[in-house]
Write a protein that binds this ligand. Structure first.
Ligand code: ADP
Length: 316
């Protein structure tokens, strides 16, 4: 279990990037979702022991990471947003170099053997002897994962990993991450809602340095069930609609806009039909209302306001 308590980060400026974040992350894949500038990278870098927090605690299986980052570095793998590569090195040499920097012990094997095993694991064995400059974005990310999983860490931090990957590479990368999340904690930050829906049994939403929700995708969907409506409108009407309604998505199709609306009352707007909610809809609502949304329709009886969406329960 990873526990984050009252985490605050103030950059010089001052810019308050994290305003007292509390979160419990169990074993498995956990998504941290939020728009650009929300504080995801700041959060990830602090948890990875690479950036000092202003105050707060980060406990990995009860051990305070912030008090002594060196203690946990060995139990930690990190794939940053921008991964520095030496383009003229081969994949294998690059990996060996990174493992040396990280101080990974090959325990009974040669470093070369260990690199071979890791490259096999991330499906790059065939490209071990090729120069990194010829790797695709997805291959580079997988090489990054190979170094992150060296030493079999308990916690893996993956910051915005699928940005810039084509759909096929993304799928491959999803599969690899899902495999890695068995018996460990993998925290994945992303602004791509689909990443979370596909991969994460639990996720949290961060906005302006504050956690606005922590939930399961299914719970987030249940929260908006029966209150999402879809209809077609002329492009000229979209701006006005956005002013009047809570538009969760707007997709251009055959010259008209397919627009999805969140309507808290559950009453269909004229010309709109009830739609099966997507995680995108739920994310929009969480971002807008945080923990203050009604969890059932008013007509379903009584005082329904503001059941918090912090639905994550303590494990066992
Ligand atoms: P995200 O990863 O969600 O895009 P960041 O953690 O990068 O968000 O940034 C959160 C906020 O902190 C933003 O307002 C950003 O401009 C600010 N910020 C990030 N790094 C620094 C820094 N080194 N100095 C000052 N402000 C920073």
């Amino acid at each position: 279990m990873l526990e984050i308590r009252d985490l605050v980060k103030v950059y010089p400026g001052p810019v308050t990037a994290l305003q007292g974040v509390n979160l419990e992350v169990p074993e498995g894949m956990f998504g941290l979702l939020g728009p650009n500038g929300a504080g995801k990278s700041t959060f990830m870098r602090i948890v990875a022991g690479l950036l000092e927090a202003t105050s707060g605690q980060v406990l990995l299986d009860g051990e305070d990471i912030l008090a002594d980052p060196r203690k946990v570095w060995k139990r930690l793998g990190y794939l940053p947003q921008e991964f520095g590569f030496y383009p003229h090195m081969t994949g294998e040499k690059m990996l060996a170099h990174l493992l040396r920097l990280k101080g990974v012990q090959a325990s009974g094997r040669t470093l070369r053997q260990l690199c071979g095993e890791l490259l096999e694991r991330v499906n790059l064995a065939h490209a071990a002897g090729r120069k990194v400059k010829g790797y695709s974005g997805g291959m580079r990310q997988r090489l990054g994962i190979a170094q992150a999983i060296a030493g079999n860490p308990r916690l893996i931090i993956v910051d915005e990993p699928t940005a810039g990957l084509d759909p096929e590479e993304r799928q491959r990368f999803y599969h690899l991450l899902a495999e890695l999340a068995q018996n460990r904690i993998v925290v994945l930050s992303t602004h791509i809602v689909e990443d979370v829906g596909v991969l994460c049994p639990r996720f949290a939403v961060i906005r302006q340095g504050k956690l606005v929700a922590s939930s399961r995708p299914s719970e987030a969907l249940a929260m908006v069930e029966g209150r999402v409506f879809e209809g077609s409108v002329d492009p000229s009407e979209v701006a006005e609609l956005k002013r009047r309604r809570q538009v969760t998505q707007s997709i251009l199709s055959e010259g008209r806009h397919r627009v999805r609306i969140f309507e808290p009352s559950g009453e269909a707007p004229l010309g709109f039909e009830e739609a099966t909610p997507s995680l995108e809809d739920a994310y929009f609502v969480l971002m807008r209302h945080g923990g203050e949304v009604q969890t059932s329709r008013p007509d379903e009886g009584g005082e329904t306001l503001a059941e918090p969406i912090h639905t994550m329960r303590k494990e066992g």
